[in-house]
Every structure is written in C-alpha cells, then in structure tokens.
Write a protein that binds this ligand. Structure first.
Ligand SMILES: Nc1ncnc2c1ncn2[C@@H]1O[C@H](COP(=O)(O)OP(=O)(O)O)[C@@H](O)[C@H]1O
Ligand SMILES: [Mg+2]
Length: 261
C-alpha cells in the first residue's frame, strides 16, 4: 500500500467578499507534497482571487489557509515566500533592463542576504559565497533551458523565454511549493509543450506545484489532480480524466462560451 499523502497546503472554508460581491465562498481543498494540482474554471470563477489569498496579496473574509504547520492568514507576501511558498505572476515581472544572468543573481541576492556590510567589505567568506551564487544562477538557468541566453537583456527575450525567466526567478527563492498563475497564457504550442516538460521537471526535483490555468489541454496533460471553480464555489475535483467528463464542469464551460457569443 502507498503511504498516506502528506498534506502540504490546505485551504479551509475560505470566503472572499468584495463589498457585496462574493468572489469565493466556502472553498476547501488541499495539495499533497509532490503533487501537481490545477485550479481551473471559467472567467470570473475566482481563480486569481484564490491565488492571491493563498499568497498573501489578499485577505480572506473568513476561513483559513495553512502551509505545512503555519497558518498563513495575516502574513505578508514576502513572509509567505520565505516559508517556501513562492509564486510567479500572470504578467511577467522580470527586470527588463538587466541580463538574464543578472536577473537570477538579483533573485538569489534578495533571498539570501541583507548583510550589506559584508558585501561592501568583500570579506573572503563573502567572495566565496558570491562564487556559489554565480554557480547557483547558472544552474537555475540551465534547469529552465536559458543557459544560452545568459547575456541577453531580458527585454530582448522571446515571449516564452520571458516566462521561463519568471520561473527561474521564482526558483531562485528556493520554493518547496511553486504557484504558477496562468503560466502558458500567450504561449504558442511549442512553447507550451516545453513549459509542460519544465513543470514536470520541477516537480520531479521535489517541488510541489499549484497552477491556475485557462489552457485545458495543458492542464489535462500536466496535472495529477484538478480542482474546478465556478462562481466562487468548487464544483468538481478529481483526476483529469474524471474532470473532462464531468457534466457540471462541461456545463460551466459551455455556459461561458454561450455568454461570450
Ligand atoms: N479587487 C476586486 N474588487 C472587486 N471585485 C473583484 C476584485 N477582484 C476580482 N473581483 C471579482 O471577483 C470575481 C472573481 O474574479 P477572479 O478571481 O479574477 O476570477 P478568475 O481569475 O477566475 O477569472 C469576479 O466576479 C471579479 O469581477
Ligand atoms: Mg484570473
């Protein structure tokens, strides 16, 4: 028998109200260590809101979010990422004027140290760890497949490569769990296929993944489990195959297409 899965993230009875609007009501789900879980749903379902609550960018009106042993309610985004729960942003948030390599170095620096004086004085211990940072940066860039772009300005990267750099920056923070907000939106099929491989590689290296995504095909390919939101409520949860054939899920997505037409 398989050992019972260890819950790493749990969202319990979370509600988010914006004035009179209920963006999320009574949302409960969890993610186990090593899983790739996708949060999907039609436009306006509450996916981004859920993401923002988990990562501390929004306050839950009620309910609780826990990561390992910590209650996240009330923590600031940087406090949450220091616990190992790290996110990427829907819009790329790389440093456009810097080289790819420099971007990752900045990421590593903001994680590692605030010992300004050590850096200014350049003690040998500091130089040693600077060399370690350089190696770590190169390793991360190799991992995401940007090693041939180290000297390129971030602004000059192709769109898909910019998203890879966003992931590299997130990885520089040493996440035990990575949250991806619509990672393949705007990517072409080749870039998407490459990104799916990267997500699997990140998981295989020991990082748990929660992603919010519109691209159904991508979600069905990459996820172990899918959680479906509609009008702020979870309407289905299960393996990709089960979700694809769930009548309520199909209705929710068809309803959206009708509204758009
Ligand atoms: N800051 C906000 N103020 C008011 N309403 C919001 C705000 N953010 C989101 N909403 C509303 O909450 C609902 C869920 O939005 P969102 O989480 O962005 O959905 P999704 O990401 O699934 O498309 C929508 O009805 C949206 O209009
Ligand atoms: Mg959204």
């Amino acid at each position: 028998m398989m050992p019972p899965a260890e819950t790493i993230l749990s969202v319990e009875n979370v509600a988010v109200h914006f004035g009179g609007l209920v963006a999320i009501s009574d949302m409960t789900f969890s993610v186990s260590r090593g899983e790739i879980v996708a949060l999907i749903g039609p436009n306006g379902a509450g996916k981004t809101t859920a993401f923002n609550v988990i990562t501390g960018f929004l306050k839950a009106t009620s309910g609780e979010v826990r990561y390992r042993t910590a209650v996240l309610n009330g923590l600031k985004p940087h406090e949450i990422s220091r616990l190992g729960l790290v996110r990427t942003f829907q819009r790329t948030s790389v440093f456009q004027e810097n080289s790819v390599f420099h971007n990752v170095m900045i990421g590593l620096h903001t994680r590692g140290r605030s010992k300004l004086w050590d850096t200014l004085l350049g003690t040998s211990r500091e130089r040693e760890s600077e060399r370690e940072l350089v190696n770590a940066a190169l390793e991360i860039l190799k991992f995401v497949g940007l090693e041939h772009r180290t000297t390129t300005l971030a602004a000059n990267l192709a769109y898909g490569e910019q998203r890879l750099l966003g992931v590299a920056l997130a990885l520089a923070a040493k996440p035990s769990m990575l949250l991806l907000d619509e990672p393949v939106s705007g990517m072409n099929a080749t870039e998407t296929a490459r990104f799916v491989k990267l997500v699997e590689k990140i998981r295989d290296a020991g990082t748990t993944i929660l992603l919010v995504e519109h691209d159904m095909q991508m979600v069905m390919k990459v996820s172990d489990r899918v959680v479906v939101l509609n009008y702020g409520r979870i309407i289905a949860e299960g393996a990709p195959g089960q979700i694809q054939n769930n009548p309520e899920v199909i209705r929710a997505y068809l309803g959206q297409r009708k509204k758009r037409a």
